[in-house]
Each structure stands twice: as structure tokens, then as C-alpha cells.
Ligand binder design. Sequence first.
Ligand code: KG4
Ligand code: ZN
Length: 321
Amino acid sequence: MKILAIESSCDETSIAIVEDGRNVISNVVYTQIDIHKLYGGVVPEIASRHHIEKITYVLDQALKESNLKIEDIDAVGVTAEPGLIGSLMVGINTAKTICMLYNKPLIKVNHIHGHIYANYLERDFVFPLLALVVSGGHTELVLMKDHLEFEILGETLDDAVGEAYDKVARVVEVGYPGGPILDKMASLGKPVYPLPHVKLSKDSYDFSFSGLKSAVINLHHKYQQRQEELNYNDLAASFQDAVVDVLCSKTVKAAQEFNVKQVIIAGGVAANKGLRARMQLEMDKLNIPLIVPQFKYCTDNAAMIGAAAYFQYLKNNNTSI
Ligand code: KG4
Ligand code: ZN
């Protein structure tokens, strides 16, 4: 079954054609990062305008690369929520137009489910599995007992992980988006600065990153006021060490408690090299297989939406014409 999938929830316009939820026939991503860099973050109104400008071009490219015509497609999947409303509407209206013109079923996909199913592009899921969802807007530990069954065990009480990376990077002025930049800096530094590893209560699967974010920013200000030199690679390494330690220790605890057969990492922060390395070590100790998406499927893309849409279609879930 071939699904044409559309993603436009934030600052990437992406269209993919995915067969049977796994075989990515084409996946075109147009990113607006260079545009939003000028403002230090995503500007919703500008994002929607660029989606409108690019979406037909991205559709053409995705079809060209696949050597398929819309007539060859069985259904259209589209990110319906959550996201920037103006941006989402561009993708949804494109999907609806195609479905009406070509009489295809429309499958509405939740963006976070898409991030989780980016892992299905790599390997079959074995249940129960535990998903650590870490993106710019979400930080959650999710237990899945079957396809498309999501039980949220815990989530962030304040900042999402990606958001904390981006905010820290903005204050210390290292660029946008902060995640990949701080990740690279961290690999060049040592975690020498003491920062809080906030784990909340022992039994909680919730997270909190705003205290850590503030601690990093305060340290930066303190050194600035004293006109002392702070080693920014070491600061990035200390910040990342705290983030990764908290994420991994809660994942380990949940993986043991729920006796899961697989652990997966989903969302933009799944690209973090420190997180991938430490989680692999922890899962090796527990002898639990870890799945991580390929780097290109960690941040927003339509291939992951195509994978999730396939399972929704099989379950006849959220489909209409
Ligand atoms: O999943 P995504 O593309 O968009 C959302 O759905 O939010 O995630 C984007 C987030 C940004 O906050 C970005 O800084 C973060 O993912 N990110 C990273 C890395 N690559 C992207 N964070 C830490 N390390 C990375 N290597
Ligand atoms: Zn995303």
C-alpha cells in the first residue's frame, strides 16, 4: 500500500511516499531553518507563508523522485495536530484537495505518533515497548502495548528538552537551532560545571528542565558580570550530561518496571549523539534492544507520517474522504 504523506506542522515542508509503512520511495524536506535563524526561533506567520510558497514544489519533487503519479497512490496521510495552526492548515488543505480530486482516503496523523513511527522505518515493533519522546515541544515517556496504543507514563512539567536546548543556545549566543550546536560543543568539552540533575520524586516519570535551563543561564551571567572566561564547550557538556542522565535514568526505571521488549527514542532530540550513546550503554546493560531513527528521520519529515498513517489505515482509524 502506497501512502502519500504530508508534514507541515512547524518549519519543515515535507512530502513523502511510503510503501507499507516502511519502504520510503521518496521523502522531500524543505526546511525553513535559515529563514527563522534570523529571528532566533520559529515565527508562525512567516512559517505558514513559506509552506504555501513551497508545498506544490515539494509535492512535484516527491512525485518525480518516486516515478509515480498521484493515481498510483492508495491514500493520503497528513499531520493534523499538534503544531502551528497556520502551518498545519497548509498541509491539511493540500491533502484534502488531493483526496477530493483523486477520490483517495484521507488519514489524519498526530505529529508525535509520527515521530514514534520514524522508528518503524528501521525495525518491526515488539510490544510492550517504551518510547522516549524528546522534541522541541514534547518530552514524554510513552508505553505502547500494541500499535497506536499510547499510555503516557510521564511528561515534562515545564520546558521540553529541545526547547531547553534552544533557549540555552539563544542566551549564550551560539546560534539556532540550539540542539545540534550544543550537542557538537558538548562533544568537545567536559562536564565540569555542577548543574542540577532534576529527577523529581523517585517514583515519578515526569520531567522538569526549566531549573536546569535557568542554572546554565545564571552561570553564564555570573561569569559575564565577573568578566571571567567560561569554557562554553564545557558548559554545553555539563548541560548535556544533566539532560542525558535524567532522560536515561527515567527510561531505565520504566523499562524495568514495565518489562518492555524494546526501547525507542523519538523526536528531534533523538538526533543527540550523547543521548544515543548513553542510552545504548544502558540498554546493553539491561539487554533490551534499542531502536533509534536514522538522523534524517529524527527531525520533522513526512516519511514518519507515512509510517504512522499506514497503521492508522489498517486500524481504520481517523480516516475519511
Ligand atoms: O521534532 P522536531 O524536529 O520538531 C518538533 O516536533 O518539535 O525537534 C526539533 C528540536 C529542536 O528543539 C532542536 O534543537 C532539537 O530538536 N534537536 C536537537 C538535536 N537536533 C535537533 N537537540 C539536541 N541534540 C541534537 N543533536
Ligand atoms: Zn517534530
